[in-house]
Design a protein. Structure first.
Length: 493
């Protein structure tokens, strides 16, 4: 059996990092870990090929080659997914689809032959048996959330490593909290399940043996969802890392209560965690309560961010406007929180009701749902009727973006952030010549062609003078800021 694994195209969003990746000569930020995992669950003797359409085109020849096509998608990829399914079906190929979009929106699916709802650890072996017996079904619905001990090491070798700026691994699925807008807990559950330490280290071994060096994204919904297990993992990870000359630095997502655990923060620092994405959402207590985000109301959020930064980790964070309890001055409050917290990469979104979430169900009961979500909460469109006047909300949202990504504000935050981070250079995979080429591209785009070049040079002078040990990071932050600003400008056109 020949299996073609296809990852459809992303639209251009804040999360695509497109304008920053081009400096590095990369095509995409991360490989499609879901498909790499699925591949590892298929019989050894099946042949497989991966086409991540974010790094290369899907050719007719790829489709012709395959007996069966497996595609995975998030909601934002649905149009591209539909096109892939049509193309492959038109060539008479059997098509199976799965992943987060398919799991939450199974009723709106393109004409795929097989639909996988939920995690595939139990359903995929069933499908393989059915294919061998010549009796397959259309829908394979996972009836349970599998223990991750059964999840094999993903087939990282299928990805063209050079085209990505980071690699991904997953340690846990699920989150113990209950935020109203969150679909994670609907898809992956509220009991975090983790892999064993051996599994994690085998995945890192696999990446190391393939020659990967540099950034690894631990894509967990909440890395500290099961603190007890994480506390057992980190000492082994530190030991592994020292033994191999610290080949990786890590980035992950965690809930804000990370800040209350100094011992855990210290372990993460020693394991070389350099960035943590936090779901801060809003500084407004009433809105946090409305969102059932109690873990954020019990602490001083600015203090929590500062504490995490003091362990050498840059904080990235998600922010949301559009809650029923948002006051009229919410936009100014968000801007000053982001400024004071020194979070350069602040992902601000409009509240979105994702399918089958608690928020979706409440708004439906209240008759306030307008349409299905596009899955992209940064495009400035609402899929429900907000309490605040909708036009005012969208304009206020755009004002936040214009302000926080204006060159003066952004560079100031980046410098504040650098001054809170204590660590030196990160492990890198690239050769010196590649680094120099990337630096020249950044200087040409931001320091010569960009209208904000004066701010850029002021920033670079300060970064070189005060933060020379973190200079590479300072350049990366400049490139990221450029991406966010370019995208913000394109929204306002
Ligand atoms: C890493 C990640 C990203 C990376 C993408 C990297 C990549 N190339 O895949 C980045 C940071 C770019 C990203 C961006 C976004 N993401 Co994202 N992301 C994740 C995250 C944290 C991990 C994904 C992952 O690798 N999982 C690990 C694999 C093993 O799990 P899996 O994909 O679910 O695969 C399993 C099953 O689903 C199944 N399966 C998957 N595919 C297939 C296919 C077939 C054929 C079969 C049989 C089975 C199968 O088998 C696997 C094993 O069980 C998830 C959360 C999560 N827990 O998954 C969110 C998540 C997927 N992202 C989400 C969203 C909303 C976004 C954004 C739109 C955010 C935004 N607000 O703008 C952007 C969009 C990107 C863009 N450019 O426009 C949502 C998706 C919601 C949905 N219902 O579609 C999730 C679920 C998180 C959330 N609630 O916010 N994301
Ligand atoms: S903390 Fe994050 S992952 Fe957990 S329920 Fe809330 S939004 Fe979802």
């Amino acid at each position: 059996m020949k299996v073609l694994l296809v990852y459809p195209e992303f639209p251009d969003t804040y999360w695509s990092f497109r304008h920053a990746l081009k400096f590095e000569g990369k095509r995409s930020a991360f490989p499609p870990l879901g498909l790499l995992t699925v591949s590892a669950m298929l019989p050894e003797k099946w042949e497989r090929r991966l086409v991540d359409m974010n790094v290369r085109q899907l050719e007719q020849a790829d489709i012709e080659w395959a007996d069966v096509v497996f595609a995975s998608a998030m909601i934002v990829q649905k149009e591209s997914l539909e096109a892939v399914v049509r193309m492959c079906r038109a060539r008479g190929k059997r098509v199976a689809v799965g992943g987060p979009y398919v799991s939450t929106s199974a009723e709106h699916l393109p004409e795929a032959d097989h639909i996988f709802v939920g995690e595939a650890e139990t359903t995929l072996p069933e499908f393989v048996r059915d294919i061998e017996n010549g009796e397959t079904r259309r829908v394979y619905q996972a009836t349970e959330r599998p223990a991750l001990a059964a999840t094999p090491v993903p087939h990282f070798r299928l990805a063209e490593l050079d085209r990505y700026s980071a690699m991904s691994v997953q340690y846990s699925r699920g989150c113990p909290f209950s935020c109203e807008f969150c679909d994670i807990i609907e898809i992956y559950g509220r009991v975090p399940r983790t892999k064993t330490n051996e599994q994690m280290l085998s995945e890192l071994d696999a990446l190391r043996e393939l020659g990967w060096r540099g950034l690894v994204f631990i894509v967990d919904d909440n890395f500290i969802g099961n603190k007890r297990n994480v506390r057992r993992l980190l000492p082994e990870l530190i030991e592994w890392s020292e033994r191999h000359g610290r080949p990786f630095s890590f980035i992950t997502e965690a809930s804000v209560n990370l800040a209350e655990d100094d011992a855990l923060l210290e372990l993460m620092r020693r394991a070389n965690f350099r960035r943590v994405f936090l779901g801060i959402e809003t500084p407004v207590e009433e809105s946090l309560k409305e969102a059932h985000k109690g873990q954020n109301t019990r602490r001083d959020l600015l203090e929590s961010v500062r504490k995490i930064q003091s362990y050498g980790m840059e904080v990235m964070a998600g922010f949301i406007v559009g809650f029923d309890n948002d006051p009229e001055d919410i936009f100014e409050q968000q801007i000053s929180f982001i400024r004071e917290s020194a979070i350069p990469l602040a992902m601000v979104g409009l509240l979105t009701a994702l399918p089958d979430t608690q928020l979706w169900r409440r708004l439906k009961r209240e008759g306030r749902l307008l349409k299905e979500s596009s899955g992209n909460n940064t495009e400035g469109s609402l899929n429900f009727v907000p309490r605040m006047d909708a036009a005012r909300l969208v304009e206020g949202y755009r004002k936040i973006l214009r302000t926080i990504y204006s060159p003066a504000e952004y560079y100031r935050r980046a410098l504040d952030c650098l001054s809170r981070l204590t660590e030196g250079p990160e492990p890198r995979r690239s050769r010196l010549t590649d680094d120099v080429a990337a630096f020249v591209r950044v200087v040409f785009a931001l320091g010569v062609r960009d209208s904000a070049r004066a701010e850029f040079w002021r920033y670079m002078r300060r970064a070189a003078g005060t933060h020379h040990r973190n200079f590479a990071h300072a350049v990366t932050l400049a490139a990221m800021g450029y991406h966010f600003r370019k995208l913000t400008e394109s929204f306002s056109e």
